[in-house]
Design a protein around this ligand. Structure first.
Ligand SMILES: Cc1cc2nc3c(=O)[nH]c(=O)nc-3n(C[C@H](O)[C@H](O)[C@H](O)COP(=O)(O)OP(=O)(O)OC[C@H]3O[C@@H](n4cnc5c(N)ncnc54)[C@H](O)[C@@H]3O)c2cc1C
Ligand code: SF4
Length: 497
C-alpha cells in the first residue's frame, strides 16, 4: 500500500471542498502540504459532450437518481472534480436573514455569512443575464406572476460567455458556468494544492489517518496517483463529501457512537415539475434554463422556479403512460415548465444511515406540512400557466392527465391530496442538506459553528451537511460561505493540532 503525508487533507472538491481548498492554498507558500481527495473524475474539455445519458453516467452518483430507502424520492448529486458545481444550474442567491436567525446557532450570524457570500458572488462572476437573452419559458413565468400579483425575482447566475445551450445540468459544454472546477480548484492548484481525482476515501482510522482507494475509469484524465489502496496521514482533515457522503464517511469511521445527531436532520427541498402546454412553439429548450423564481409563498412552505429539463428527465417526471404521455412529449417545443420546491423542516428521523456494506442509505419520510405545501404549490403553478396563456396543464397530482383551460376554476377538485401519493408521483431533490449539522452541543449537532467536529480538534466538516435546518433558498453560495468560515478556523489552528 502506498503512503502519503500532508498537513491538511480535504475530502471532496464541490462547493464546500473547492472553496476550502482555495482559501487554504496561500498556506502552501508557508510550506504547508495540502491535498484534495476527490472520488470523481476530472473530464477533459472534449469529454463534456452534453449528451444526456453519457454525461449523467459520468458526472452524477447513479446517473442522478439515487433513491431514498422507501423509493419515494430520488436524489441528484455530482461526483466529479468540482462535485455538484459541475452539474448545478448556477443560480446564485444570498441566504435571507430569516432562516439563519431561526437556526439559532451560537456564534453564527447572518452578517458573517453575508460578507463571505458576497466574496464568492464576486469571485464566481455572478450577475443578471441581459433581458434579450431570456427565453419564452422564463419570460412567460415572470409576466404571469406579475399579472397575478406574486412576488417574482430574476435569478443572478454565475456564467462567463454563456451560449444558452441549456445543458447546465449535464456539465456545461461551453465552459461558461463558473463552478469550483473553473474557479476555486484551478486557483488552489496554481498555489500548490494537489487534487487527487478518482480517489475515494473509505474510512478515517484514528487520528488523521485515512484509507483511500484510487479507482480506474475509462474516461477523464488519469488520477495523479496509481490505482489501488493508499494510506494518507494528515494533521487536519476537512470532510466535504456532500450531505449524503460526509455523514456516511463519519458513520463508517465509528463517530456515530459519540455523536448521536450524526446523519440526522437531513433536509432536501423535495421538488417536482409541472408543465403547461401553449398553443404554439415557445423558446424553452435553448437559452439559460433558470431565470426567475417566486418566493411569494415561502411562508406557506414552498418556492417556485423556472426550469427546463431534458427529454429523459421530463418524460420520467410526467405521470402516466402510453399514448397521451407520448403525445405530450412530442409537443415538447410548446411546453412551459415550473419546478416547485417544498421547504422541509429538519427532522431527526430523516437521516443518512449505512447499509451492511457501509454505503449510505437515506431514510426520508414526507411530513404532512411538506405534502400540503406540494399540493398548494401545484395549484398555484397551474394558475401561473393559465395566466401565461397555456391551453392545458399537467400536474403530478392531477385527477386527469391534462387539465384544460376551461377547467381552471376547478383546480381544488382537479389537483387533490388523494392523488399526491409518495411513490406514485415523481419527487426529486438536488438540494441535499444536513446530516452533520452545526450547533451548540453534541447532543443535537455534529460540529460547532466553525465546522469543527465536537470533541475532535483535528476534524472539520465544510459542506452542505453543515446546514442546521432547511436553507429556504438554492444553497451553494451559503455552502461556500460555510467553507470559508471553516478555512478561517483551520488557518488559525492547523499548526497546533
Ligand atoms: C442538478 C443540480 C442543480 C443544482 N442547481 C443549483 C443551483 O442552481 N443553485 C444552487 O445554489 N445550488 C444548486 N444545486 C445544489 C448545489 O450544487 C449543491 O448544494 C452543492 O454543490 C453541494 O456542495 P457540497 O460541497 O456539499 O457537495 P458537492 O458539491 O456535491 O461535492 C461533494 C464531492 O465530494 C466527493 N466525495 C463524496 N464522498 C467522497 C469520499 N468518500 N471520498 C472522496 N470524495 C468524496 C463527491 O464525489 C463530490 O464530488 C444543484 C444541484 C444539482 C445536483
Ligand atoms: S446555458 Fe450557458 S451555462 Fe448552461 S450549459 Fe449552456 S452555455 Fe453553459
Amino acid at each position: 500500500m502506498r503512503e502519503h503525508t500532508f498537513d491538511i487533507v480535504i475530502i471532496g472538491s464541490g462547493a464546500g471542498g473547492g472553496a476550502a481548498a482555495k482559501e487554504l492554498a496561500p498556506l502552501c507558500r508557508e510550506g504547508a502540504r495540502i491535498a484534495v481527495l476527490e472520488w470523481g473524475p476530472r473530464l477533459a474539455e472534449h469529454e463534456y459532450t452534453g449528451r444526456e445519458t453519457e454525461m449523467a453516467g459520468r458526472l452524477y452518483f447513479e446517473s442522478g437518481g439515487v433513491f431514498t430507502r422507501d423509493r419515494t424520492m430520488t436524489l441528484a448529486f455530482g461526483r466529479a472534480y468540482g462535485g455538484s458545481t459541475v452539474v448545478y444550474t448556477g443560480t446564485s442567491l444570498m441566504i435571507p436573514e430569516r432562516p439563519v436567525k431561526r437556526w439559532g446557532v451560537p456564534g453564527l450570524t447572518w452578517e458573517d455569512l453575508r460578507r463571505r457570500s458576497l466574496k464568492y458572488i464576486r469571485e464566481n462572476n455572478v450577475h443578471l443575464l441581459e433581458e434579450e437573452r431570456l427565453n419564452d419559458n422564463n419570460r412567460l413565468f415572470q409576466a404571469a406572476c406579475e399579472r397575478l400579483g406574486f412576488r417574482v425575482e430574476q435569478f443572478p447566475i454565475n456564467v462567463k460567455g454563456c451560449k444558452g445551450a441549456g445543458l447546465c445540468n449535464l456539465g456545461c459544454p461551453n465552459a461558461a458556468k463558473q463552478g469550483t472546477h473553473r474557479v476555486q480548484l484551478p486557483a488552489a492548484e496554481a498555489q500548490g494544492v494537489q487534487v487527487i481525482t478518482n480517489c475515494k476515501v473509505q474510512r478515517i482510522e484514528g487520528r488523521g489517518v485515512l484509507r483511500a482507494v484510487v479507482e480506474e475509469r475509462s474516461f477523464g484524465l488519469p488520477s495523479p496517483w496509481e490505482p489501488g489502496e493508499h494510506l494518507v496521514r494528515a494533521r487536519v482533515v476537512i470532510v466535504a463529501g456532500g450531505a449524503v457522503h460526509s455523514p456516511a464517511l463519519l458513520l463508517r469511521s465509528g463517530l456515530g457512537r459519540q455523536l448521536p445527531a450524526l446523519g440526522r436532520y437531513f433536509t432536501a427541498h423535495p421538488a417536482l415539475i409541472l408543465v403547461g402546454e401553449h398553443p404554439r412553439s415557445i423558446t424553452n429548450y435553448y437559452g439559460h434554463p433558470k431565470s426567475f423564481y417566486c418566493d411569494h409563498f415561502a411562508e406557506r412552505g414552498f418556492l417556485l422556479e423556472t426550469c427546463m429539463y431534458f427529454p429523459f428527465v421530463t418524460a420520467k417526471n410526467l405521470i402516466g403512460f402510453g399514448e397521451e404521455h407520448a403525445q405530450l412529449m412530442h409537443r415538447m417545443d410548446r411546453l412551459q415548465m415550473i419546478l416547485v420546491l417544498a421547504l422541509d423542516e429538519a427532522l431527526p428521523d430523516n437521516r443518512v444511515t449505512l447499509d451492511r456494506a457501509g454505503e449510505p442509505v437515506v431514510e426520508y419520510r414526507f411530513s404532512e406540512p411538506v405534502l400540503e405545501a406540494l399540493l398548494e404549490s401545484m395549484k398555484v403553478s397551474a394558475r401561473i400557466f393559465f395566466a401565461a396563456g397555456a391551453q392545458r396543464v399537467h400536474a403530478p397530482a392531477g385527477e386527469k392527465f391534462l387539465i384544460e383551460r376551461h377547467e381552471q376554476d376547478h383546480l381544488d377538485e382537479l389537483i387533490t391530496r388523494r392523488r399526491l401519493q409518495p411513490g406514485r408521483i415523481s419527487i426529486a431533490s438536488a438540494h441535499l442538506m444536513g446530516g452533520c449539522r452545526m450547533g451548540a452541543s453534541p447532543a443535537d449537532s455534529v460540529t460547532d459553528s466553525w465546522g469543527q467536529v465536537h470533541g475532535v480538534p483535528w476534524l472539520y466538516v465544510a459542506d452542505s451537511s453543515l446546514f442546521p435546518n432547511c436553507a429556504e433558498i438554492n444553497p451553494y453560495v451559503t455552502i461556500m460561505a460555510f467553507a470559508d468560515r471553516v478555512a478561517e478556523a483551520v488557518r488559525a489552528r492547523w499548526r497546533e493540532v
